[in-house]
Design a binder for this molecule. Structure first.
Ligand code: GLN
Length: 540
């Protein structure tokens, strides 16, 4: 029988519940257990695919093509496992399934009620993912904060599961303990309120992870223990730390793993305790020599704040590869629109070891990105283009090298006369019917790599599979012209003869992919293309 650990958040969002969940997973895994993690997002959207990155952050994509929350990316990176659609639950998905079943007369003519039918659907999804992943432990992260109207039904599902099999369920509250500057003291009251709110949903946390700027001291632990009705040893300190990858080690300082196992009456199955992970963290903390990578994009700003969430997998992939070479990653946000208003400023790209143009949609900032790509091409600056970045690299090359002055993507100019990036007929039909949700080319597709290319040098094999999320493709009608002028079609999807990787000759590293390699990079297993990119950047 698998064990289920629910992780809910108190006081406020954005305190690292996803990383905490992933870290608990990694800890249990290191004790010899098979672990999987499920993210519950309380929004009505069926998936994250229709949301703007500024609104939602990155849309992560799994092998099976699920467009989901970026936390699944955290889980994959920490657990080093590929997850699937069963690891992602939203209010939209749950209601859609229940309503479909009702329409098919599968409730035997009875009245279908919010409670218990909605929580029951949630429970059946959670248990399905346990079975499918053959997990000893399923971590279930409930999005949002306790007390929110939106996640009540998920807490209700958790409560009902506990009622059915009390010995198999554990509740963890990730709460925030502020240290207000004017008071200069750590305050536990918000956490006390959060626990009371959770109590009113019929749930008592077994463990509290107390997030704060600094570790909790004894008096604070005691206070939380008394007022939140939880033993002192189950109040775990979770102070701010430099790298998310240190979180499992930080939790283990408070012996979190053993405490969880004790609650279930279990013992560790192995002795291997986070050895590789500790080595990684040591590198992260000691790497000195910086590698400067510029990301040219547009989803950075929200009001007065800079938002990095939109490209989180790209950022992590860069870091993984830098650490592989024992270098310190330094990432810079370069706003593509600046190169439009002030074209000369593109020269600043010389100051970086390498440049990435990541995925994107729509025309804002496109000309600036194209300027940046042109500059990298001409000045032999290592360049990696991802999805939209690849499409724009093709447009730049077509316009400036092949003299196809009107070259463009159908996405950006629907009546374009030289559509080097085109839409496939099946996609055209979907767009005409306004079927936007989960209809892009999504998830893992095969790719065959040409010998003697940079990509082959990176992957060391010719058969690969990578994850996609796009509607448009390189137009094969222009392949020959592009090739004649020196573009190398380094990777091709064998089933549909689609170009997946382009490269340029006579350039230290000019590689762009239609797929998103960043989704498959793991801290202990960096992605081969990113690794090769960083290796070239180091040489520069
Ligand atoms: N907008 C482009 C397309 O839909 C690229 C998408 C992306 O970068 N993920 O094809």
């Amino acid at each position: 029988m698998p064990k289920f650990i629910f992780v809910a958040g108190g006081v406020m969002s954005g305190i690292g519940k996803g990383v905490a969940t992933a870290s608990i997973g990694r800890i249990l895994q290191s004790k010899g257990f098979k672990v999987t993690a499920v993210k519950i997002d309380p929004y009505v959207n069926v998936d994250a695919g229709t949301m703007n990155p500024v609104e939602h952050g990155e849309v992560f994509v799994t092998d099976d093509g699920t467009e989901c929350d970026q936390d699944l990316g955290n889980y994959e990176r920490f657990l080093d496992e590929n997850l699937s659609t069963d690891n992602y639950i939203t209010t939209g998905r749950v209601y859609q399934a229940v309503i479909n079943r009702e329409r098919n007369l599968e409730y035997g003519g009875r009245c279908v009620e919010v409670v218990p039918d909605i929580p029951n659907e949630v429970i059946s999804r959670i248990t399905k993912s346990a079975k499918k992943n053959r997990a000893d432990f399923v971590l279930i992260e409930i999005g949002g904060t306790v007390g929110e109207y939106q996640n009540m039904l998920f807490l209700e599902a958790a409560r009902m599961m506990k009622l059915r099999t009390p010995k198999d369920i554990l509740f963890i509250l990730v709460s925030y303990v502020p240290v207000p500057k004017i008071i200069g003291e750590m305050k536990t009251k918000p956490t006390q309120y959060a626990v009371r709110t959770l109590n009113s949903a019929g749930i008592q946390p077994d463990i509290i992870l107390a997030r704060s700027v600094v570790p909790l001291d004894e008096p604070r632990k005691r206070k939380i223990s008394i007022f939140c009705n939880i033993s002192r040893e189950n109040v775990i300190s979770a102070p701010d730390i430099e790298s998310i990858y240190e979180v499992p080690i930080s939790f283990e300082k408070d012996k979190l793993g053993i405490k969880i196992l004790k609650k279930f009456n279990l013992k560790p199955k192995t002795k291997e305790d986070l050895r590789d992970w500790k080595k990684l963290v040591k590198t992260i903390k000691t790497a000195q020599n910086p590698i400067k990578i510029g990301i040219v994009g547009k989803y950075f700003k929200t009001g007065e704040f800079v938002l990095k969430d939109s490209y989180i997998s790209v950022i992590e992939a860069i870091k993984h590869s830098c650490w592989f070479y024992k270098r310190k990653p330094k990432i810079y946000w370069l706003n593509a629109e600046n190169y439009e208003t002030n074209p000369k400023s593109v020269k600043e790209l010389k100051n970086y070891n390498g440049i990435i143009v990541p995925g994107g949609f729509g025309s804002r900032g496109v000309n600036g990105k194209i300027k940046a790509i042109e500059f990298c091409r001409k000045n032999k600056i290592p360049f990696l283009g991802l999805c939209f970045g690849m499409q724009l690299a093709v447009i730049e090359f077509a316009r400036n090298v092949c003299e196809l002055k009107k070259a463009n993507s159908i996405e950006l100019s629907p009546d374009c006369q030289e559509p080097v990036i085109d839409v496939m007929p099946d996609q055209k039909a979907l767009l005409k019917e306004k079927k936007y949700g989960a209809t892009m080319r999504l998830g893992a597709y095969k790719c065959k790599i040409k010998l003697k290319t940079i990509s082959f040098r990176a992957y060391k094999c010719s058969d690969i599979s990578e994850r996609h999320r796009h509607r448009y493709e390189l137009n094969n009608a222009f392949k020959e012209v592009l090739e004649q002028k020196g573009m190398v079609m380094a990777g091709i999807n064998p089933e549909r003869n689609l170009v997946e990787i382009i490269e340029l000759k006579n350039h230290p590293f000019f590689v762009a992919t239609q797929f998103h390699p960043e989704f498959k990079s793991r801290p202990l297993n960096p992605h081969p293309l990113f690794r090769e990119f960083i290796r070239t950047c180091i040489k520069k």
